[in-house]
Design a protein around this ligand. Sequence first.
Ligand SMILES: [Mg+2]
Length: 363
Amino acid sequence: MSTWQNGRFERDKLSSVFHPFTPAHAAESLHSIDIQQLWDRGKRLLLLDVDNTLVQWHTDECSPEVLDWTKRAKEIGFEICIVSNTNQHERLAKIAATVGAITVRGRFKPSRSMFRLALMKFKRKPEEAIMVGDQLITDVLGANRTGIEAIWVRKLEGKEFKGTSINRVMERMLTGLIYQALVTPIDETSSSPEVERAKPLGQKTIVHQLVKFAIVGGTSFVIDFGFTYLFMKVIPMEGGLMSDHLGTFLIHNFGPLFSYATHPSAAALPILGAVASFFAMTNSAFMNRAWTFEVKGKEERAKQIRRFYVVSILGQFINIGVATAVFSMIGNQQLLIPKVAGAGIAAAWNFIGSRLYAFRGHV
Ligand SMILES: [Mg+2]
């Protein structure tokens, strides 16, 4: 489950068919759940799954983090109830004793039976309970069916019961769907101007984005240069270099266009350079989308990548245009200043274009 994401689900974004499978939250681990906040929201009864939530499957040792978290829950005042159908009674009793919980047994989740028993036992209403478990098909669905809010936690590392793997296949199919309704903590912080303004400069989202954008630009430069070098100087063809053959072909067939070329490879450079730039641009498009601007999901991806190409191609023109203008202005054949000016202004253009146009609405 390498694609695990934490956050809050906005069910209204989904078809009602999927509501029963959609948790209220997804959390990395038990100890990342803010137990005090649950209490403040009126939750009093904590329902917990066992296998791969509290302990690894077939084991009875809780990690120190889990013990610490359940201890805090007890101190705050929570009643803890384990809802599990494992038939290893001794193991279950031991786990329940370590975390200070009571156990209920009943039909397999997603049946409502254990959830109802737990509510009856503790004389609580569904809205006062919270279920925490690692499976959508059992823990989350069962809780939702009973009207209990559910938190879906990332499964603990380790093996699983054979039957669970079938659930996991269905779960993976569901995950992609329900993630469309996920609001991650990153979305929340970047979409809130107040939170953003309160951050010190070094932690501002835009500063992080600028740094990442510069790193991506560096990798794209390496790709651009690497491929240009490969095409021009390395790839052989019929006893010579591919670039020479291509250049000769171009001069021979489109002479006037390449009249500037003093050597065949000079005619091939714009074509091969454009191919290398395209590879570099593709790298920038995908890395900036996923990493710099952290756009989630595949929705609108093709459209965003296309828009990024438009921004980048215009950026190339700006780069060349500015460099040429500065070059003719200073007039002493100095190349570094014009190139830096062109690249700098084009980079600013690309960054602003990416934020306000290519990935707009997501950053
Ligand atoms: Mg489980």
